[in-house]
Design a protein. Structure first.
Length: 465
């Protein structure tokens, strides 16, 4: 397999994709040209008229697509682990979630609403699809987040142009091929390439809705690009979720759940626990319980069945994790576990628990998006809530304790889109998912995700005499 950044094949260029567990090339993907993107969006627009016309046919096609994803599950999961790094069991779960989301939205349909306002007029609110949708997906959950965007968009009657991250295009391309067998031509198209492909896609005048998951700075750029054509935007951006432990918490009882809420997918989860606030008298016990798990967990290639934590996905993200950790240590923090890169090939960083971290340290105030977790003490619940709410993020948060009513009362004070009690980062397909502040615009999930891909259409007619 060629190892150059781009190799010429026929008319177009291709770029290489690295296996984060080895650093070696594991595949290649096309680097799309602007004229090719124009053609794809043109075909998506032409396919839209037929796709939006028959809701029953759409539902049938989406159910068939779910079956096709499940049938291809082994190949999709293995390729996903190769390019993303996560353990193979997590890749299988991601594939299953992709199929489940297609089934869920296949069964949803918008409801017509009649408005009565005392006039002799019958007014009905109906719903229409918005048009071709651009779905731009990051590298941490390439398939699951893609489905979170294309399943409701397709169910609503839109067509979709899907762009995965250049770090993880391979499984998404395979998914696109699998879905192509179940869907009409050009209803869903996967495009791959390095920048400025994403910028061209979100600013394209043929796109009517842009749905993006990624960082806050890139989200702002996406919104600016989409504004040129007044396209609708849905932005699921960064998170810096806080977990607040109350003074009645049973540390050993919750330690495993808390640890994996922070370290699943090597901490590369937008709604992972990224800060822990523990009562001062329990702080040392919490640090010790989490550090014990960090030191004993198996780290390695996701293809190894014993691995529980894989590599950081890419070199720039590994450098950021290392930098934030080094800055925290320089600020006076102490690594109760980890705190360093692991020797050998690949993008591995030791699962890290930080204590004695200054509250102003960047590892606390910013999103680290890696296997690093600061644990900070607090004196009062008010102090903990203020600290949890002190950043510009507002994606999720959680409260942990034995008295559930008290925990819920504290959770109600968190400034975020979703708050959990005694668990974290667990979502139902039927619930809304949205952030506040810098964590996003718009809503995904459940019926809200469906209606986010529709526009109201009102019809007035006189009542019959």
């Amino acid at each position: 397999m060629p190892t150059s950044d781009a190799v010429e094949r026929g008319r177009g260029a291709w770029f290489s994709v690295a296996d984060p567990a080895t650093g070696e090339t594991c595949g290649e993907a096309p680097d799309m040209r602007p004229d090719e993107l124009d053609a794809v969006i043109g075909r998506a627009h032409r396919a839209w008229s037929g796709w939006r016309a028959d809701a029953a046919a759409r539902a049938h096609a989406l159910l068939g697509a779910a079956d096709a994803v499940e049938a291809a599950g082994d190949g999709l999961a293995r390729l996903l682990t190769r390019e993303q790094g996560k353990p193979l069991a997590e890749s299988h779960a991601e594939v299953a979630r992709t199929a489940a989301r297609l089934r869920y939205f296949a069964d949803l349909a918008p409801r017509t609403r009649r408005i009565s306002d005392g006039r002799p007029v019958r007014s009905e609110v109906r719903w229409r699809p918005v048009g071709p949708v651009a779905a731009v997906v990051p590298w941490n959950f390439p398939l699951q987040l893609a489905a979170a965007k294309f399943a409701p968009a397709l169910a609503a009657g839109n067509t979709v142009v899907l762009k995965p991250s250049p770090y993880t295009p391979l499984a998404t391309r395979l998914l696109g091929s699998v879905l192509a067998a179940a869907l009409p031509d050009d209803v869903l198209t996967v495009v791959t390439g390095r920048e400025p492909l994403g910028a061209r896609l979100v600013a394209h005048p043929g796109i009517r809705h842009v749905t993006f998951t990624g960082s806050v700075p890139t989200g702002r750029a996406v919104a600016g690009g989409a504004a040129a054509s007044l396209a609708r935007v849905t932005l699921e951006l960064g998170g810096n979720d806080a977990a607040v432990l109350l003074d009645d918490v049973d540390v050993e009882e919750v330690a495993d759940r808390l640890f994996w809420a922070a370290f699943r997918n090597c901490g590369q989860v937008c709604m992972a626990v990224k800060r822990v606030y523990a009562p001062a008298r329990l702080h040392a016990e919490v640090v010790e319980a989490l550090a014990r798990r960090a030191k004993s967990v198996a780290v390695g290639s996701g293809l190894d069945p014993d691995t529980r934590i894989g590599p950081v996905n890419n070199a720039p993200q590994l450098a950021r994790v290392a930098e934030l950790t080094a800055r925290a240590l320089a600020d006076g923090a102490r690594a109760a576990a980890g705190g360093h890169r692991l020797d050998g090939p690949g993008h591995f960083f030791a699962p890290t628990i930080l204590t004695d971290v200054p509250p102003h340290s960047a590892v606390v105030t910013e999103e680290q998006f890696g296997p690093v977790l600061p644990v900070l003490p607090y004196g009062s619940v008010d102090e903990a809530v203020d600290a949890a709410n002190s950043t510009g993020f507002g994606l999720g948060g959680s409260v942990w304790g034995t008295d559930l009513d008290r925990a819920e009362a504290v959770a109600d004070r968190l400034e975020c889109g979703t708050a959990w009690i005694n668990h974290h980062a667990e979502l139902s397909l039927a619930q809304p998912f949205a952030g506040i502040k810098d964590s996003g615009v718009g809503v995904a999930g459940g019926p809200w995700g469906l209606y986010g891909n529709l526009r109201p259409f009102v019809v007035h007619r006189p009542e019959e005499p």
